[in-house]
Design a binder for this molecule. Sequence first.
Ligand SMILES: *Cc1c(COP(=O)(O)O)cnc(C)c1O
Ligand code: SF4
Length: 349
Amino acid sequence: MSVTSLEQLEKRLRLTKEELSWKEGPLSVPLCITEHYLGLINPNDPADPLRRQVVPTCHENMSDDSESPDPLEEVCHSQGERLIHRYRSRVAFLATDICPMYCRHCFRRRFTGNMMGPASENDIQNVASYLRDNPYISEMLLTGGDPLTLSDAELDHMIGIFRKASPHLIIRICTRYPVSQPERITEALVAMFKRHSSAPFYLMTQFNHPRELTPESIRAVSLFVDAGIPAMNQSVLLKGVNDDADTLEELCNGLLFNRIKPYYLFQGDMVSGTSYFRVSLKKGMEIEQELRRRLSGLAMPVYTADLPDGGGKVPLCGSYIVKSPDKEKGSWLFRTPDGETRVITDPQS
Ligand SMILES: *Cc1c(COP(=O)(O)O)cnc(C)c1O
Ligand code: SF4
């Protein structure tokens, strides 16, 4: 059973003043913590990085002027309520707004946890015709909410329709279940995906802290990877959770060791009520540079911001180009990660 109220939570953790004074507002995601995740929280540490991700505080009720409910302008890039088409070749489909556990840093809080439930048959058919009408769409992010809150049968039905409309559509399964409730991932679920293999699936996870990589979580992801579905991780850089190079180094190496490729490390979006999680860009870039010194290329995620006003994703890695030539061809000066310099000269012919 998941914990869904402060009263229930108080029986498990001694809540702080900040936690007790949280008020559920129009933009907050519900309070819901799974038994699995609650078991990972150290009850004696009020600043536990796992606790911080799921136990709300009054800081959530504050919003500063630079924030907005929808900084990525997903709503105006949507076809209908649930299909976001921002990049030409790929779409994001919000299969449901429900999650088994809600993250306090959720950037899609305008939508997540509104209890609308799974997309209707009509929504699904509309997406299918959109895919048919726009054959240059080659990838779909199946997201939400958490799409694996749908039953295996519902997912089977939905994916069957998308695959029929677009047999070569790559589908990314974006889910936090391996972290929040790994027992959801079963042989039967993975076998269902495998039955639709006219195009690849990718599993997109969200591990933010090395302590989330439990044996149960690793088993859940392994079921996918063993079945030929590669796993990629998208972390969010979160103050008080993972905003130091040691924690992220351990996380990324742990992920890689368990066949999960660290893909993105996201700068926190400018979403209302999340400022207490946001790390300054300067600090984020320092962490990124330190990680580049320590991690292998495979273990290194791309530090990325999704720009406000719907600007899209851009990498935030510090540039290693010190000086570019004035002419079309010439010499480029680089700095190395260790602070030395090197030159690359373009061919003259
Ligand atoms: C992030 C995102 C994608 C995927 O972007 P990639 O850089 O290919 O991972 C697609 N659509 C939307 C709306 C997104 O936010
Ligand atoms: S799992 Fe994803 S959609 Fe659900 S609350 Fe967390 S960040 Fe938001």
